[in-house]
Design a protein around this ligand. Sequence first.
Ligand code: SAM
Ligand code: SF4
Length: 328
Amino acid sequence: MQDLRISLLDRCNFRCPYCMPEAEFNEDYQFLTRNERLTHDEIFRVASIAVRLGVTKLRITGGEPLLDKKVVSLISRLSALEGLEDLALTTNGVLLAPIADKLSDAGLHRVTISLDSVDKQVFKVMSGNRGDLDKVWEGIAAAEKAGLSPIKINVVVQRGVNDHNILETLERFRGTRHIVRLIEFMDVGNRNGWSIDKVVASKDVLELIQARWPVRSVDKNYPGEVARRYQYLDGKGEIGFISSVTEPFCGSCSRARLSADGTLFTCLFATQGTSLRDTLRDGSADEVIVDILTRIWANREDRYSELRELDSDERPLMNKIEMYRMGG
Ligand code: SAM
Ligand code: SF4
């Protein structure tokens, strides 16, 4: 395990239909209570043990991590961990502008900002009518000024929703040094109405881009990187593709995810994880947690993306965990 993603909370100020559709996540929905969520001390303890065990990359995510009012102090504790090489945060960007400087001063290295379309109307729909695109632009500008780079921009591509203006979105970022990552709409969870015909395969998106701005493929930054990288031949920057539907990358995956309620998952498409919460709360020594983490990683056999390729009667029945819970 090299890379640990930590979901701070399961709540969000957006209702992106591919992640937390409003029809399901409304006032009747039971989000985790404060007591059910890990405290920052508990999160810090798991992270520090993981780093001791060899994790070099941490990402704070959610839900929307910037809804956590104490996120800056958690970042400053995590950034001091010896051996940590990369500390990143994924956000929808709306709350970023006022705290970008503070996050940077606290030791955050970089941010990934989700922005599915630069078209106001499309953006609005894809945020479940909650997002304010101007605020996201302010967030991106503030992150750049604060040095939280390289800034990555996550774009989930959905057929019939934002695939018609991918080029427009890319154009806005060409020459800015921000790296747009085009993500295939994934069948995480069970509530987002996923079907294969809503997925636009990365190779089709690549073809569309090649026809407008020729690109060349470039090597991975590190083994286990899930995005396939390309550079524009005219020097206007880099883009990436995350194609877990059409090109599963399970074999090289080195990620684990800690959900807001303290469950550790070794696969984004997992049906079950291992809860650390009771162990964190029953006075167990760090060695017990070291043992659990080591065992979970050694025994993992998730390869859901690959299994997806099997015929439905060969595939295990799956009740997958939602993305907002597990952390994207
Ligand atoms: N709220 C923050 C945000 O949106 O950046 C962080 C959490 S969000 C779950 C992390 C990433 O997961 C986002 O970039 C989002 O677009 C992506 N995501 C959520 N549901 C997805 C899905 N069904 N397929 C592909 N990506 C998804
Ligand atoms: Fe919220 Fe991020 Fe999920 Fe959108 S993708 S609903 S912003 S957690």
